[in-house]
Design a protein around this ligand. Structure first.
Ligand code: KG4
Ligand code: ZN
Length: 346
């Protein structure tokens, strides 16, 4: 459970309550229109899924049911925000696990009825994009956006916040998924990203793993790299875990850096946005910093604790919808869960 310190608030400030339950984090947050996170509570399910080496969907749904109301209570108690200050409730409607999404949507719908507040269905991927603007940072456009999470790996060109062209995405595994699977092969635990990230700092890139699709366009492919790690383990089951982690992470990051560099050069975008759970990686953040300094463009990263899934980014994306609808309650329809909602859709 992760509780954040409470910034000062004034009675005139207004908030959106963000609810995120698309995968294995139950997260609820109160966020102002300019991205100040007043209170957040995130309950992760790592212990529940650790034994399976990945997310077990039915267990995820049940854990969301158990966690969501206590998390809500914690956020409301801790924030001292009155109901009158809450403008709307924003909830992830997709993409994600259907059962998990429904727990958030049903809770948001019930709260909307009980509190007489509008409920806004948010695209989780749009939430990740907005995570770079939490705590008052402003993304400048045109931008190249790299989204690297457990569910997605894609690169897009955004001429403005509302004008997005997908440049490429993964043909197979996402980066986060590859981290999780490699960690499983090395018996390191779940989720793999933070564990590999930590161990890699003690090792070196000595294993010569391939850099898949480095020189080809904007698509990614990580399954060959994963197989290369598997072969290395088969050849030497006692291989150095830190070196294997450092070599695997370096191969992934070389590809990500190259695609971002290509995107920035070809589109002439003046800023780079890197979001999603993998954007919590310290070495990736440092390498993106070097890249953007070298190219003379602005780097936009979410605060590291809000790179992985959280309710704050959903609330901030909810503010976009709120502005679009101008706060109107007239066109409220039931929020439909969409497990495969794409980035282009709101
Ligand atoms: O964005 P996220 O929380 O969930 C999805 O929307 O999928 O991303 C989760 C992914 C996991 O695969 C996890 O291993 C990875 O992000 N991750 C990391 C780090 N922290 C989380 N990967 C590399 N380094 C990290 N520090
Ligand atoms: Zn996510």
């Amino acid at each position: 459970m992760a509780a954040e310190a409470m910034p000062a608030q004034t009675a005139s400030e207004t908030y959106i309550l963000g609810i995120e339950t698309s995968c294995d984090d139950t997260s609820i947050a109160l966020v102002t229109s300019n991205g100040k996170v007043q209170a957040i509570e995130t309950v992760s399910q790592f212990d529940i899924h650790a034994g399976y080496g990945g997310i077990y969907p039915e267990l995820a749904s049940r854990a969301h049911v158990a966690a969501i109301l206590p998390a809500l209570e914690t956020v409301l108690d801790r924030s001292a925000v009155s109901l009158a200050q809450i403008q709307a409730i924003a909830v992830t409607r997709g993409p994600g696990l259907i059962g998990a999404l429904l727990v958030g949507i049903n809770t948001a719908t019930a709260l909307g009825l009980a509190w007489d507040k509008p409920v806004l269905g948010v695209n989780h991927l749009r939430g990740h994009l907005r995570s770079a603007e939490l705590e008052g940072h402003k993304v400048t456009y045109p931008a190249v956006v790299l989204l690297v999470s457990g569910g997605h790996s894609l690169i897009a060109h955004m001429r403005s916040p509302h004008d997005m062209v997908l440049l490429g995405q993964t043909r197979d595994d996402s980066v986060g998924e590859a981290f999780d699977k490699v960690a499983r092969m090395l018996d390191l635990g779940f989720p793999g990203g933070p564990i590999i990230d930590k161990l890699a700092a003690e090792g070196a890139d000595t294993m010569g793993f391939p850099r898949p699709m480095l020189h080809a366009g904007y698509e990614f492919s990580f399954s060959g790299l994963k197989s290369a790690v598997r072969r290395a383990i088969e050849l030497d089951p006692a291989l150095s875990r830190p070196d294997a982690c450092a070599s695997f992470a370096a191969a992934c990051f070389d590809v990500l850096i190259k695609k971002c560099e290509r995107g920035l050069t070809e589109t002439k975008a003046s800023s780079l946005v890197v979001v999603g759970g993998v954007a919590a990686s310290r070495p990736l953040r440092a390498r993106m910093q070097d890249l953007t300094e070298r190219l003379g463009v602005t780097l936009n990263l979410p605060p590291a604790q809000w790179a992985p899934d959280n309710g704050a980014m959903i609330a901030l994306a909810g503010w976009d919808l709120w502005r679009t609808k101008n706060g109107s309650l007239d066109d409220q329809t039931p929020i439909a869960a969409d497990p495969s909602l794409s980035l282009e859709k709101l």
